[in-house]
Design a protein around this ligand. Structure first.
Ligand SMILES: O=C(COP(=O)(O)O)N(O)CCCCOP(=O)(O)O
Ligand code: NA
Ligand SMILES: [Zn+2]
Length: 311
């Protein structure tokens, strides 16, 4: 169990590869992610959003954070690969404190919806607290398009590399998520997929710290098609193409947040299993083949990110 996410990201940054940061909301997703990392001999970051902590704790934040830490620690101590537990999109001070208190390896303070100075101040405050207890911190600059915790960003506001330089220097944040054109969910990009690689290159040059790509799911069209064949309605779903992910990694992305690809895989295969095994009522027999597929998609991502064999 990695105490401090910064360690594994600094190594990735030096060697120009990326670590997957995969979100989980329950035991089965966590199992699939950790099995994938073990089989790929890859360091891995598992992440919970604030919504996931509330879901795991049935509304009680302390319970959710504690249970997440206990589940991850218990599984991770059996594995040969380093595992970090990260709070994704921390916004509520109470939730960030609960995650730190429970023993998370790192926390994200997501104040990118605020004006620059306020984002800087909020981030600085969390960094001071987290660093005092040896926890790493991620912050975000610029805005992702789409829904972020029901804050509807009409247009993505791309990161300003000059601001990033000042922000990182002033806050001493450990890793930064620069908005370069991605968005959360299965419907990214209005037209053609495109990322602002020029900005990314400058942000890496000016900050020299590990960088994070949010909204990085690839949205595999074969799995979207399968889901739709079994009754899902996901037409028009679009993600980040592999060549763009690889270019982003070459230019300095070292943590890649992936949630939607696991969700789509889960939904496609759950629909398939339920429609094919019509008399099955044992959840273990339903979930086993479904999470086998979730594990496979995580392994595929880890290979694309270049962290296979890096443990
Ligand atoms: O950047 C990403 C993933 O992006 P993706 O959607 O491309 O996978 N993430 O940060 C994961 C976002 C998880 C959202 O969680 P809740 O629904 O619980 O609030
Ligand atoms: Na994050
Ligand atoms: Zn995100």
């Amino acid at each position: 169990y990695v105490k401090n996410t910064k360690e594994i990201l600094e190594k990735a940054s030096k060697e120009r590869y990326a670590i997957g940061a995969f979100n989980f909301n329950n035991m089965e997703f966590l199992q699939a992610i950790l099995e994938a990392a073990e089989e790929e001999k890859a360091p891995v970051i598992v992440a919970t959003s604030e919504g996931a902590i509330k879901y795991i704790g049935k509304g009680d934040i302390e319970t959710g954070a504690k249970l997440a830490v206990e589940m991850v620690r218990t599984y991770a101590e059996k594995l040969s690969v380093p595992v970090a537990l990260h709070l994704d999109h921390g916004r509520d001070f109470k939730v960030i404190m609960a995650a730190i208190k429970a023993g998370y390896s790192s926390v994200m303070i997501d104040a990118s919806h605020l004006p620059f100075e306020e984002n800087l101040r909020e981030t600085k405050r969390i960094v001071e607290i987290a660093h005092a207890v040896g926890i790493s911190v991620e912050a975000e600059l610029g805005k992702l398009k789409g829904i972020e915790d029901n804050v509807v960003e009409k247009e993505s506001v791309l990161v300003d590399p000059e601001e990033a330089k000042v922000f990182v220097k002033e806050t001493e944040v450990d890793f930064l998520a620069p908005a370069i054109g991605t968005s959360h969910g299965a419907f990214k990009f209005k037209g053609e997929a495109q990322l602002d690689f020029e900005r990314l290159k400058k942000v890496k040059e000016y900050t020299q710290i590990p960088l994070v790509l949010h909204g990085a799911s690839m949205v595999p069209q074969d799995i979207v098609k399968l889901a739709n064949e079994y009754g899902a309605e996901l037409s028009g779903a679009k993600g980040v193409p592999e060549d763009m992910l690889k270019k982003a990694i070459e230019l300095g992305i070292n943590k890649i947040n992936t949630d939607t690809d696991l969700r789509i895989t889960f939904v496609a295969y759950l629909r398939k299993v339920l429609s094919e095994d019509k008399s099955q009522i044992d959840p273990r027999k339903i979930f086993k083949p479904v999470f086998e597929q979730v594990k496979e998609i995580v392994k595929e991502r880890i290979r694309i990110f270049g962290s296979s064999g890096k443990a």
